[in-house]
Design a protein around this ligand. Sequence first.
Ligand SMILES: O=c1nc[nH]c2c1ncn2[C@H]1C[C@H](O)[C@@H](COP(=O)(O)OP(=O)(O)OP(=O)(O)O)O1
Ligand SMILES: [Mg+2]
Length: 201
Amino acid sequence: MTRIVLATHNKGKVAELHRILGELDVVGLDEFPGAPDVAETELTFEGNALLKARAVAAFTGLPAVADDSGLCVDALNGMPGVLSARWSGRYGAATGDRDTANLRLVLDQLADVPDELRGGAFVCAAVLVVPGGVEHCVEGRLRGTVIREPRGTGGFGYDPIFVPDGGERSTAELSAEEKDAISHRGRAFRALSELIPQALG
Ligand SMILES: O=c1nc[nH]c2c1ncn2[C@H]1C[C@H](O)[C@@H](COP(=O)(O)OP(=O)(O)OP(=O)(O)O)O1
Ligand SMILES: [Mg+2]
């Protein structure tokens, strides 16, 4: 079986991708010291995911999959979007807990927004880049609502403040399997994995 490299430094994603792509031989970037840390300079999830996967495929010579994802809030005109990881900027980084600083900032920005206008979506672009071969990109989404206080300890990132439509619990209160079944990343990578056998041909 051909090895596939996961082109991400995010431990929360690595855990999810190992579960979702379970049957494939996937390895993390930890196995490749010196792998490039790619600046996310594009304005779309797809563009940034391609930057990350192309750089890692070129560096390792192996097929690479990457994810670029984030939270898109209706009342913020789709932001933080591709800026989700860096939303609280240098101030959040200085706290040593960027995820918490990021979600606190979103909660502050939505403080005056009523419950019925707090909709949004987690969005994930999943890409596969085969060195000298094909590139595939698929997108997955999960609609939901931004709640007013963090709840739950599972997952990562904005999970404690997001309740998927049709449920009561935040994505940080779901089991790993429950989140994978409905998540933007689960949907995107299950669709991508169907393209992998032929792409690696
Ligand atoms: O399921 C999720 N549950 C909660 N939050 C999530 C999720 N999926 C993405 N997010 C948030 C986390 C981070 O603030 C941003 C991803 O940013 P993104 O650039 O794709 O990832 P990253 O910089 O952490 O790792 P890397 O670029 O190495 O893959 O969106
Ligand atoms: Mg990133």
